[in-house]
Ligand binder design. Structure first.
Ligand SMILES: *[C@@H]1O[C@H](CO)[C@@H](O)[C@H](O)[C@H]1NC(C)=O
Ligand SMILES: *[C@@H]1O[C@H](CO)[C@@H](O)[C@H](O)[C@H]1NC(C)=O
Length: 185
């Protein structure tokens, strides 16, 4: 083997102390916490395009605007008016978001269209699909408005589904501006 390479290899071996978690209670705890934090998306919003979340049934949904303001999984939230910045789904249809991995979460936040003079109310349901592929209802409201935070028990989730149950006080459409999901203590 190339001498330089073997020296490098030796060096990296010595530089890495062979920490055994058998011996250290602290080390074990640290490893567990680190793993838990990974499953919980580092306690940040896991519904972000840059992190790999995607709307798997995009063909059943309308997107008003351009690539910078039409996705509910974007970080830039405030570029919204009557013609852009939201999704459109019809009664009986879902917005289905696939997560890039299974995450343990207990909070979902949604923001629905709220740019009318009189606040528009939406009849909608929110479901999560857990790691055993079981779909659970976590929220339903016939008069949901603007920004809503949903709390539910800690769940390992692989999919989030938003259902247009009966449109809004204005028409048959569900318009979502933004979606977030995370683990909250
Ligand atoms: C860890 O503990 C197990 C069981 O107590 C033992 O068999 C094993 O040799 C230990 N490993 C290290 C690296 O200390
Ligand atoms: C759905 O919405 C329409 C129009 O607002 C209303 O007339 C109807 O009663 C609603 N249906 C249900 C099942 O809530």
């Amino acid at each position: 083997m190339n001498t330089f390479l073997s020296v490098l290899l030796l060096h990296s071996l010595f530089a890495m102390p062979a920490l055994s978690c058998n011996q250290s209670c602290f080390c074990k705890k640290y490893k567990t916490l680190k793993l838990r934090s990974t499953f919980r998306g580092q306690y940040k919003n896991v519904l972000q395009e840059q992190k790999g979340a995607l709307i798997s049934n995009k063909n059943q949904i309308g997107f008003a605007g351009n690539q910078f303001n039409r996705s509910p999984l974007r970080s830039e939230l405030y570029d919204v008016n009557t013609g852009k910045g939201y999704t459109t789904s019809i009664i009986g249809k879902f917005v289905i978001i696939d997560l890039p991995q299974i995450y343990e979460i207990n909070t979902i936040k949604f923001w629905v269209y709220d740019r009318d003079v009189t606040l528009r109310t939406f009849d909608l349901k929110v479901y999560v699909q857990n790691s055993q592929s079981l779909v659970q209802l976590v929220y339903e409201d016939t008069v949901a408005t603007s920004i809503k935070k949903i709390k539910f028990s800690d769940t390992f989730v692989k999919q989030i589904l938003i259902y247009d149950n009966n449109g809004s006080s204005v028409n048959q459409y569900l318009h979502i501006l933004n979606l977030q999901a995370y683990f909250e203590f």
